[in-house]
Design a protein around this ligand. Structure first.
Ligand SMILES: *Cc1c(COP(=O)(O)O)cnc(C)c1O
Length: 309
């Protein structure tokens, strides 16, 4: 099995306002890596797929909620690379499956619903041991795909950047993606993660632990910003949807409201506040997630029609 990931394009955001401020903003278009296994989920799965093969496993088993981009990506990647897949889904089986779950099922993923209390054990050693006994041929990938193999895949992203820069920004869920970039940059430059969830220092500690585990070192050149979650995961506000619409109109780049929209809203807001020194070059990673837009009609019925074609 060979998995080649071609470097994703780096796109300069041409904006008079940015030029006047002497700033350069680039988008690292990981959303263009693969149409179904998008963005950071693809990078995070790469070495997990190779590891699963090395261990002789024929099944990928992972965890997620009914709207999880990771579930979507794992189902698609399993299908592409000839694995079976099992998705342990948080909560009761819904009467109407979300777009994500329908897609996962269409890729042959076996969906197993577990109650929210049991789901909280998803990282518990004993629970995972039980699952492994139940599914001996399964390679278990944690929620969000975040583990050491994920960091290795994401770390490759920073090698692809061929312009000088000062800041590297990413949206943050579990923090695995930011951790991979921190590991890849080895203490160079500044990194900012924009949390999509109401979070706290526990996320920063988790990122530090991941980086430590992978690189054997701790770096201090990153921070997680909790100022732009808009009320929490999958919560939106009109100013966010307006921003996403305006960004698309001006730059012809589609963002989504869960991760990349919040990150870019945050970057623009920090720019307005003068957070970045004049002359800075900022690279924002478009981590993808656009396949999720098709599901937003049932997820955000009030606002989806405003920014999804
Ligand atoms: C999952 C996801 C993230 C968050 O990645 P983590 O590694 O969990 O922090 C960011 N952007 C998009 C589009 C995602 O799907």
């Amino acid at each position: 099995m060979r998995i080649a990931i071609a470097p994703s394009p780096l796109q300069l955001i041409d904006d008079a306002w940015l030029r006047d401020m002497g700033m350069q903003l680039y988008l690292k278009r990981d959303d263009l890596l693969n149409p179904t296994v998008q963005g950071n989920k693809w990078r995070k799965l790469k070495y997990n797929l190779l590891r699963a093969q090395e261990l002789g496993k024929d099944t990928l088993l992972t965890f997620g909620g009914p709207y999880s981009n990771h579930i979507y990506a794992t189902a698609a990647a399993a299908r592409l690379f000839g694995f079976n897949s099992i998705g342990i889904i948080r909560g009761e089986e819904p009467k109407d499956k979300s777009y994500t779950l329908k897609f996962a099922a269409s890729q042959g993923m076996q969906l197993v619903y577990i109650d929210r209390t049991t789901y909280r054990n998803k990282d518990d050693e004993n629970y995972l041991h039980q699952l492994q006994l139940q599914y001996p041929n399964a390679y278990i990938v944690p929620e969000g795909g975040t583990n050491q193999y994920a960091l290795r895949g994401v770390a490759e992203l920073v090698q692809e950047i061929d312009v000088p820069f000062n800041y590297l920004c990413s949206a943050c869920g579990t923090g695995g993606t930011l951790a991979g970039m921190v590991a890849g940059l080895k203490g160079e430059k500044q990194l900012i993660g924009f949390s999509s969830l109401k979070g706290d220092d526990a996320l920063t500690e988790q990122i530090d632990k991941l980086v430590q585990g992978y690189a054997g070192e701790s770096y201090k050149n990153y921070s997680v910003n909790f100022g732009y979650h808009f009320g929490g995961y999958a919560k939106v506000k009109p100013e966010l949807t307006d921003f996403i619409k305006a960004f698309k109109k001006q730059h012809n780049v589609q963002l989504e409201p869960v991760y990349t929209g919040k990150m870019l809203f945050g970057i623009y807001d920090l720019l307005k506040q003068g957070y970045f020194p004049k002359g800075s070059t900022i690279i924002a990673v478009h981590t993808g997630g656009l396949q999720g837009l098709s599901g937003y009609k049932d997820w955000f019925p009030d606002v989806a029609s405003e920014f999804v074609e």
